[in-house]
Design a binder for this molecule. Structure first.
Ligand code: KIV
Length: 266
């Protein structure tokens, strides 16, 4: 088994010009398998509110739920870095509660946390977390927790001015101490420019091929979540059909007496 991925591993990958991979996971066995597959960062994304819990937006999940899912995922992971996405309002109220809530995730097995957005206050939160020994992944471009203020699922950084604004914010996050930055729904050329002007790695979530890493929601990759598929996601499997077929076969076997067999009884 290869060595545990840390913030310095991630920076070394960026410096060498290689790429790294990030996938979300919400449960023990999925985390175990994607870790064994060689994924570098396993993210307990707050996307779990929608894809695993069926809520309408990521606003509906809180610290307590993220603690439970973090514990489950962390137990499954040996090699990858485990990052917990801090939910809506868990770091916005004041610095003390931000450090406490993020620290709780580390207690549950996270190696780092992800926080969305940029403001003078967010910069203070990042500094305080890093001073407390909690590595932070930033998240700019489209930030789902700001859905209502952004006015919907909109591509960010479409103009030169908007790209320069994201770069300025990214540089300030970098100076505050983040070890990486997710760029979500940013045009490929804008993300390329931002990536080339940062020291820390960028992680594309629908921001094209020039970022240092790619992240996708695992339920999109596995073909499990079918309510909506973002344009930038790639489906590598069809778990929805697999689950349906297995459940259908089991249902038939139970009803026609084919389950259990002689080998399946005591
Ligand atoms: O919530 C999430 O899963 C995310 C990633 C897709 C970046 O924030």
């Amino acid at each position: 088994m290869s060595k545990k991925v840390t913030v310095s591993t991630i920076q070394k990958i960026k410096n060498s010009g290689a790429k790294f991979s990030v996938l979300t996971a919400y449960d023990y066995s999925t985390a175990k398998y994607i870790d064994e597959a060689g994924i570098d960062i396993v993210l307990i994304g707050d996307s779990l509110a929608m894809v695993a819990l069926g809520y309408e937006t990521t606003h509906c999940i809180g610290v307590e739920e993220m603690r439970i899912f973090t514990k489950a995922v962390a137990k499954g992971v040996q090699h990858a870095m485990v990052v917990t996405d801090m939910p809506f309002l868990s770091y916005h109220c004041d610095l003390a509660s931000a450090v406490k809530n993020c620290g709780e995730m580390v207690r549950c097995g996270a190696n780092a946390v992800k926080i969305e957005g940029y403001s003078e206050y967010i910069l203070q939160v990042i500094k305080r977390l890093v001073e407390s020994g909690i590595p932070v992944m930033g998240h700019l471009g489209f930030t789902p927790q700001f859905l209502n203020t952004l006015g919907g699922y909109k591509i960010q950084g479409k103009t030169t001015e908007a790209t320069e604004k994201i770069l300025k914010e990214a540089k300030e996050l970098e100076a505050a101490g983040v070890f990486s930055i997710v760029l979500e729904m940013v045009p490929q050329e804008s993300a390329k420019y931002i990536t080339e002007n940062l020291k820390v790695p960028t992680i594309s979530c629908g921001a094209g091929k020039y970022c240092d890493a790619q992240v996708l929601v695992s339920d999109d990759v596995f073909g499990k979540y079918s309510d909506f598929k973002p344009k930038f996601a790639r489906k590598y499997g069809d778990m929805k059909t697999l689950i349906y077929d297995c459940a259908k076969q089991f249902d038939e076997d139970v009803k026609n007496g084919n389950f259990p067999s002689e080998e399946e009884v005591f």
